[in-house]
Design a protein around this ligand. Structure first.
Ligand code: UD1
Ligand code: UDP
Length: 468
């Protein structure tokens, strides 16, 4: 059989072309390569082929034993060969599963999923819980991610117990059947905590992306603060986005050698989404002088706090008719009902469906001001230089407040209205907040996380920490 074998190791590079039938050479590395190649080719010959591959190359990179089989014969018979080769090779790679379920987790795990999938040291699978449905699917589509498993757990009006028990049950079944070397979770949702618990029960190590964010107030944000703390108690490897989040983990007595400061993967995602030539459709912007982007969804804000903020927005919309307020409403029916009742009748308030992440990031970039209680938006806006009034009393993202881009205004109607008015009427106040800075990342968080995982498995050097 004609076969070319190219061998490349850290210490040794050479090329060998031989007939397999000739038998092994004198060289030890070449011998093992030969045996492995022969095993694979025997398999092809026994199980998969009626005829021999015409000409193929096997490349070994023995730092991690990865094999690529490239065939020059593109005949249909060769497809199973490729598959078989990769299947054998995958057994040698570290098996990493990523699990996520809501929109923000998906946006921040997407760049990492891509990074890990392109790394030959790992074989990667994506599990989605479907805690969100439409809003999750939007992100999967934007980043062209096809999950390997979809637990599809969402119910209208789901409770925290529903989410927890359904994720535990359905994810456990997968982990028992298809056990990874490490399971990666993200952030502080109920998907995050219950997935980590499922992995812990199977004694599978957990890597926590966006670890260490804290307000130390167990009811704000609720239940996220405790979801995060409990997840970190179960975690083996911590990917803290900032030095402050690392400090929080140290205060909780988590081991420093397992904490990596990586930056936030949200900034990695924005490198792919923000475009200078983007235009907000005129039907939504109404070509107004200023755009104010609004999002609000948090559990602790549902009811009176949310109504109070919507009344402040209504007051501002009436007083500033040259400003368009754009509110992509979360799919939560309670949010939508309140928004429609209080803001639905105003011409300069556009109540729209959740935006695709590419659109949202570009709307954010072109906005004069953002009003939000979202965690992710607080991380993204500083790098865009767009001021944010945070509709919460406390934040687990103090870096943006320290950098001056975020201001905590809570949910009181008069306080929120006055803060909006000040940023409209007082150019000095506005300029102080509208400065781009990157306390949350430099777009390389996924690279650092991949390197940290490799380091943990003794496959590479410890990466340098992200510094602000
Ligand atoms: C969840 C997270 C929160 C995160 C937020 C991001 C928990 C406890 N909460 O809150 O930390 O900030 O996601 O948005 O994990 N719905 C749909 N379609 C969707 C998404 C939601 O219909 O695509 C509706 C359903 O009726 C669902 C409700 O919204 O019951 C609330 O969704 P849920 O995931 O329970 O809570 P969120 O408020 O979205
Ligand atoms: N986002 C989006 N479309 C929208 C609103 C927000 O893609 O219509 C993005 C936003 O850029 C951020 C993330 O969703 O990356 C924030 O999600 P959300 O506010 O639902 O959750 P949180 O960050 O508060 O947990």
């Amino acid at each position: 059989m004609d076969i070319g074998i190219a061998i490349s190791t850290k210490k040794l590079r050479f090329k060998l072309t031989s007939e397999l039938a000739e038998g092994p050479s004198e060289n030890l590395v070449a011998d093992s390569v030969y045996l492995f190649a022969k095993t694979i080719f025997d398999l092809f010959l026994q199980e998969k082929l009626n005829r021999k591959p015409s000409s193929s190359i096997i490349i070994f990179n023995s730092f991690i034993p990865v094999i690529y089989l490239i065939s020059f014969d593109f005949g249909y018979k060769l497809l199973p060969i490729k598959y078989l080769a990769f299947k054998e090779v995958n057994k040698l790679k570290k098996k990493i599963f990523l699990v996520f379920g809501t929109r923000p987790e998906a946006i921040k795990m997407a760049p990492l999923a891509k990074q890990l999938a392109s790394d030959e040291r790992f074989s990667t699978k994506v599990i989605v819980t479907g805690q969100h449905r439409e809003m999750l699917d939007q992100v999967l589509q934007s980043f062209s991610i096809i999950p390997d498993y979809d637990l599809n757990i969402m119910h209208q009006g789901q409770t925290l117990s529903d989410i927890t028990s359904r994720v535990l049950e359905k994810l456990t079944a997968i982990l028992v059947k298809d056990r990874p070397d490490i399971l990666l979770v993200h952030g502080d949702t109920t998907t995050t905590f219950s997935a980590a618990l499922a992995a812990f029960y199977q004694q599978i190590p957990i890597g926590h992306v966006e670890a260490g964010l804290s307000t130390w107030n167990k009811y704000s944000p609720f239940p996220e603060e405790l979801n995060r703390q409990l997840t970190d108690d179960l975690t083996e490897l911590y990917f803290a986005p900032t030095p402050q989040s690392k400090d929080n983990l140290i205060k909780e007595n988590h081991p420093a050698q397992h904490i990596y400061i990586t930056g936030n993967t949200a900034i990695d995602a924005m490198k792919k989404t923000v475009r200078p030539d983007y235009e907000i459709p005129a039907a939504i912007s109404k070509k107004q002088k200023r755009i104010v982007l609004v999002t609000m969804h948090r559990r602790e804000n549902l009811g009176e706090p949310m109504h109070s903020v919507f009344k402040a927005i209504k007051q501002a919309a009436v007083d500033y008719p040259d400003t368009q307020f754009i509110f992509p409403m979360h799919k939560n029916p309670t949010v939508r009902k309140a928004a429609q009742e209080l803001l639905g009748a105003l011409d300069n308030v556009s109540l729209i469906e959740p935006l695709d992440v590419v659109d949202f990031h570009n709307y954010a970039k072109q906005s004069y001001l953002i009003l939000t209680d979202s965690g992710g938006v607080q991380e993204e806006a500083p790098s865009l230089g767009v001021p944010v009034l945070v509709l919460r009393d406390q934040t687990e993202r103090p870096e943006g407040v320290a950098a001056g881009t975020l201001r905590l205004v809570g949910t009181d109607q008069q306080t929120v209205y006055s803060a909006i008015k000040e940023l409209f009427d007082n150019p000095n106040s506005y300029e102080k907040m509208a400065r781009a800075n990157n306390p949350y990342g430099d777009g390389k968080a996924s690279e650092r996380i991949a390197a940290a995982i490799a380091h943990y498995f003794q496959l590479g050097e410890r990466p340098q920490d992200f510094s602000q």
